[in-house]
Write a protein that binds this ligand. Structure first.
Ligand code: NAD
Length: 497
């Protein structure tokens, strides 16, 4: 049996790459190779960008309601195909089916938002800035934009990017994660079915070489990146150097703060879900908890909850599936060992877990490291696995100081019944997404995803209103229409009126 190959999308056609370099796409629960992903050649990248540049000439002038209607149809097609999309996502990414539907659904919400582009891409107009002179601005598309996405949300994150870029009148070249591009490709097929014209959306594949070619390409105007801090920083520097507009959403170490007045049942359930769900492979996973004051007595309850979670293949739809690759599993296990070696107590150890029928899967069970300190490797590095670090503080101020001293500023959550404490936290914490009695506060598309410090480069977020600004250039027009009044002659000074 020959293994299927993942196609590229160039100028409206799904085409086989001519490359000789192929990357194995494996099911993380079984290690079975389910497809081969091409390392797109530089010629093919140039073809994709050229197709997008050509399509831009007409797409930018396509009426806004025509653009909007495509996304209305697209959101319905995604809904109609939800089960198939989730099954594909689970097979190549590993997360549970229920969570895979959530991944698709969060992207679908951005598509819904893109269908309202007529209310979002509006300029401003002032009549009579001088007598008989009007001033207005227009938000014009940039041209060819590109997106580079990570493995952990192969539906949601591509949908953070190309719908808003295309709805605002740009054309797009997408580079999905080489670890699981199949669900992304199915979403792209549906986008064409919804009416996106040829050349407006293109897809290329591969790893570093493709990313670097995108950063360098002179005809790409803007890049949206989501992934790790090391790669995002490289992309930001390289693409900015090449004169592009760049936004990078990057790595995380998200802390939960639990005050002793929190609703214990609710907050511990939410903590367990957010620490171990998706096997800890969410950029908003709560990977550190700081127990303040008497909340230190809740450690046993946290361990009890974690023990009850069932690890299984994603298709069996239990609590958590495998991590993405053998390499990811080895990294998670190395960081657990580093925690133990550096003095943390391993209260629950998910290493060596076996899932019946899936003995080759990349499984790591929920793991809890206690008495973690800020100098430990398991604290300093993003583990991106089902591992919770437990730390302690005597006061909210001390907890805030720990979080603000961590380089990352992606997400955080506080659990308390005190409005004053929550307000102080909201005000003083230097983190992009803040949850109050809510563990994973991902902004809906009426807002935009954000981040501070090492978690984000560039000032505008990837979807929502900020994406309209990111994907458009402001042009300001000052207009006077002469009437019959006689000319007052040449004036060489700035008007004082
Ligand atoms: P990654 O950085 O390894 O990969 C992201 C993209 O960069 C992929 O498309 C990949 O092909 C490409 N890439 C990988 N290595 C490269 C290199 N050396 N040079 C150029 N390009 C390269 O990230 P990942 O492992 O796919 O995803 C997990 C990371 O993404 C975590 O750090 C997580 O926190 C982060 N993430 C952040 C957000 C956010 O919104 N802040 C959301 C999701 C994931």
């Amino acid at each position: 049996m020959t293994t299927q190959t993942v196609k590229q999308l160039i100028n409206g056609e799904f085409v086989e790459s001519t490359t000789s370099e192929w990357i194995d796409l494996t099911n993380p629960a079984t290690q079975q190779v389910i497809a081969k992903v091409p390392q797109t050649t530089s010629d093919e990248i140039n073809q994709a960008v050229a197709a997008a540049a050509e399509a831009f000439k007409t797409w930018r002038k396509t009426p806004i309601n025509t653009r909007s209607r495509i996304f209305l149809k697209y959101q319905q097609l995604i809904r109609d195909n939800m089960d198939e999309l989730a099954a594909m996502l689970t097979e190549e990414q590993g997360k549970t089916l229920a969570d895979a539907k959530g991944d698709v659904f969060r992207g679908l919400e951005v598509v819904e938002h893109a269908s309202g582009i007529g209310n979002l891409q509006q300029g401003a107009f002032i009549e009579n800035v001088a007598t008989g002179v009007d001033m207005y601005n227009i938000q014009q598309p940039l041209g060819v934009c590109a997106g580079i996405t990570p493995f952990n949300f192969p539906a949601m994150i591509p949908l953070w990017m190309f719908p808003m870029a295309i709805a605002t009148g740009n054309t797009f070249v997408l580079k999905p994660s080489e670890q699981n591009p199949m669900v992304t490709m199915r979403l792209v097929e549906l986008a064409l079915e919804a009416g996106i014209p040829k050349g407006v959306l293109n897809v290329v594949h591969g790893g570093k070489d493709t990313v670097d070619a995108i950063c360098d390409h002179p005809d790409i105007k803007a890049i949206s990146f989501v992934g790790s801090t090391a790669v995002g920083t490289h992309v930001y520097n390289r693409a900015s150097q090449a004169g592009k507009r760049v936004q990078c959403m990057m790595g995380a170490k998200n802390h939960a703060v639990i005050l002793p007045d929190a609703n214990k049942e609710q907050c511990l359930n939410q903590l367990a879900g957010a620490a171990f769900g998706a096997a800890g492979q969410r950029c908003m996973a709560l990977s550190v908890v700081i127990l303040v004051g008497e909340a230190k007595n809740w450690v046993g309850d946290i361990v009890e909850r974690a023990k009850k979670l069932v690890v299984a293949a994603g298709k069996d739809d239990k609590d958590l599936g495998p991590v993405i690759s053998k390499a990811a599993k080895a990294r998670v296990e190395r960081l657990i060992q580093a925690g133990a070696d550096e003095g943390a107590q391993v209260l629950l150890d998910g290493r060596g877990i076996k899932v019946e029928g899936f003995e080759n899967g990349n499984f790591v069970g929920p793991t809890i490291l206690d008495n973690v300190t800020t100098d430990m490797t398991c604290y300093k590095e993003e583990i991106f696995g089902p591992v919770l670090d437990i730390m302690y503080a005597d006061s909210l101020d001390e907890a805030i100081a720990i979080i603000n001293a961590n380089p990352n500023g992606n997400g955080t959550a506080i659990f308390t019944q005190s409005g004053a404490a929550a307000h102080k936290f909201q005000q003083d914490i230097d983190v992009g997404q803040v949850g109050i009695n809510l563990p994973i506060p991902v902004p809906l598309p009426m807002f935009s995803f954000t981040g501070s410090r090492a978690s984000k480069l560039g000032d505008l977020g990837p979807y929502g209103k900020q994406a309209v600004q990111f994907y458009t250039q402001t042009k300001t027009v000052t207009a006077r229409w002469f009437d019959d009044e006689a000319s007052k002659g040449v004036n060489t000074t700035i008007s004082l009126k």
